[in-house]
Design a protein around this ligand. Structure first.
Ligand SMILES: Cc1cc2nc3c(=O)[nH]c(=O)nc-3n(C[C@H](O)[C@H](O)[C@H](O)COP(=O)(O)OP(=O)(O)OC[C@H]3O[C@@H](n4cnc5c(N)ncnc54)[C@H](O)[C@@H]3O)c2cc1C
Length: 391
């Protein structure tokens, strides 16, 4: 049995983490929600914020130092993710490029591939999106139908992916395909890096209610040539590589949801301390105070589970259960925080000026993506409670 370092869960930030948290919060606050809103309305990416955090090394803090990362694992990157959303800013690709893709490459790619991809991802100068979801497969990854046909020197890729985030900013997409086996059937998942400008690769934007600078895309692959050296984990190691990207995805999904929840509660509590319609602040009424307090408790529990999942992941221990639970808890807590902060704001909760209504779809998304509430409950029922699978 492989040994793992004993996972450590610091209950307060170390000096190093505290300084990073403060610095990232300071940078993001200097951009603030106004910047995010302006970029969203203009249909532009938050490039200046990405570049500033990247140039200070914060977007690669999880990756190994030998490839230019900060060596702090997901415990470090989840602090960065939380502070970004807590400041009212948004960089969805932090969940994808350094966390999912960077983790998969760091653990499962060949040395040549690591040297080719990791320094750019760690520096934030190379951005990679991640595409697993398909219109016909959805939550059932056994039904993935994007096919990689073997050809001389590599593969030809054919298929469709949908709801893929941030492709407009990306240099490449890590596409989860399946190789056609000798008997004509489809093999295990095969993650492959495809350049966004590869011939035969097209995309179509999906109009979304979600107010975020990052766009969502349907991707079409029409016999896209993918050289052999773009496959991560080889024909047999793709599934393991994929699994090692999914826990980081859940942990980062949890941390950005938790940051949004924090921000909503800060806004809700500040408003409830000031707003006075009966001769005392509305926060003195338990009908306003208790829902906010309850959301605060659930948020702190979710943050703790997120730290636990990150610590297990970084120690190389089994992190699936904790990562799923963290994502579940953080999504539910963040939705509650935003909903209750909106309620505390009365009619003002719906005006863009108060900074809450445009958070709604972002936190609501966390209940569905990157993995849905129901699929997490399925996981916990089956793996944690030993209940039979119904599907
Ligand atoms: C804004 C946004 C960004 C996204 N970004 C990305 C991305 O960058 N890359 C990417 O690959 N994907 C991305 N996704 C896709 C996302 O991961 C999927 O939407 C999500 O996993 C659910 O899959 P689905 O939409 O196909 O739903 P379906 O699988 O069709 O499910 C529909 C509903 O049925 C439930 N359900 C399905 N099966 C079961 C079951 N066995 N038991 C109980 N309930 C079940 C689901 O929980 C869900 O509520 C994004 C989605 C959104 C909305």
């Amino acid at each position: 049995m492989a040994t793992v370092a004993a996972p450590v869960l610091p209950l307060i930030d170390s000096d190093e983490v505290g300084l990073m948290r403060e610095t990232v919060a300071g940078i993001c606050t200097s951009y603030g929600p106004e910047y995010t809103r302006r970029k969203t309305e203009a249909g532009e990416s938050c490039t200046e914020l990405w570049d500033e955090l990247a140039s200070r090394g914060y977007l690669g803090v999880n990756l190994p130092e030998q490839y230019g990362g900060g060596g702090m694992g997901l415990s470090g990157l989840s602090v960065v993710g939380e502070e970004i959303t807590a400041a009212g800013t948004s960089l969805l690709l932090i969940v994808v490029s350094p966390a999912i893709v960077g983790s998969m490459i760091a653990k499962h790619a060949s040395e040549e591939q690591r040297e080719r991809w990791l320094p750019g991802i760690a520096a934030g100068t190379t951005k990679v999106a991640f595409a697993i979801t398909e219109p016909g497969a959805g939550s059932n990854s056994h039904k993935l139908a994007t096919v990689a046909e073997r050809v001389d020197g590599g593969y030809k890729l054919r298929g469709e992916k949908t709801y893929i985030s941030g492709v407009e900013e990306a240099d490449a997409v890590l596409v989860v395909a399946r190789a056609r086996l000798g008997n004509g059937e489809l093999g295990a998942p095969l993650p492959m890096l495809v350049d966004v400008d590869a011939p035969g690769f097209q995309r179509q934007e999906i109009p979304m209610a979600l107010r975020a600078p990052d766009k969502q895309w349907t991707l079409f692959f029409d016999d896209v040539e993918v050289p052999e050296d773009r496959v991560i984990g080889g024909e047999t190691g793709g599934l393991g590589a994929l699994f090692d990207g999914l826990n980081p995805e859940r942990i980062m999904g949890a941390s950005i949801a938790a940051g949004a929840g924090r921000r909503a509660l800060e806004l809700g509590a500040a408003y409830a301390r000031e707003r006075d319609v009966w001769g005392q602040p509305i926060g003195a009424h338990q009908g306003i105070a208790h829902p906010l307090a309850e959301a605060k408790i659930e948020l702190e529990m979710a943050r703790l589970m997120t730290q636990k999942a990150a610590a297990l992941n970084d120690a190389g221990a089994k992190a699936g259960e904790a990562s799923n639970m963290a994502k579940y808890a953080a999504a539910e807590a963040a939705i509650k925080c935003v909903d209750r902060a909106i309620q505390a704001h009365g009619g003002n909760g719906f005006a863009l000026e108060y900074g809450l209504s445009d958070m709604w779809w972002g936190v609501r998304l966390a209940r569905t993506a990157p993995v849905s509430r129901e699929m997490i409950l399925n996981y916990v029922a089956e793996h944690s409670l030993g209940l039979p699978k119904s599907y």
